[in-house]
Design a protein around this ligand. Sequence first.
Ligand code: FES
Length: 203
Amino acid sequence: MSDFGSQPPAPEPSAPPPERRTFLRWLTTGVCGLAATAVGVPVVGYFLGPLRKRPVEWVGLGPVGRFPVNETRRQEFVNPIRQPWDGAAANTACFVRYLGPDAQGQDQFWVFAVNCTHLGCPVSWAPQAGLFLCPCHGGVYYENGDRASGPPPRGLYRYVWRVRDGQLEVQAPHMPTLQDTLDQPSELVQLGIRTRRPGCDSA
Ligand code: FES
């Protein structure tokens, strides 16, 4: 039988020269390494971040005499826990209510974060009603910060405070969340260890 009409086999593609192959291999390895670093560093930082010890910082809110007994005052302050690019966002506030001295003569306060515990909108104080009102979804809180009604799942977050040399100070706060309230150190909460934060009482 004749092979007339059958196609000749296609020529094998010629392999790239060794130098080009080596260059492409190095290029691929480099690009993959850069991509892995770009993804891996933030992930590792996220998991190791809680292990980093953050020094406790205190922010002065003013002399105790600034706060009349049984009146709730909005007090603004600059949060030292901030990034250089935070700008005006580092200016925050809290609500302070001076309860007067206790039986031992120690000044007592309620200091609340302004953030609603639903989605974080700043609440406002309505003195006539004796309630904190959230403008976003109608959350309402009693004067002691307990949840009164609406979608918030809990009462207002409380700041850790102390009195030093007649000045009311609060522990520089991070942004509170339901998992990481201001009552507990964030690094331990994220590790699943729950303890009380020292300094909740006046000194
Ligand atoms: S953010 Fe306050 S009720 Fe939703």
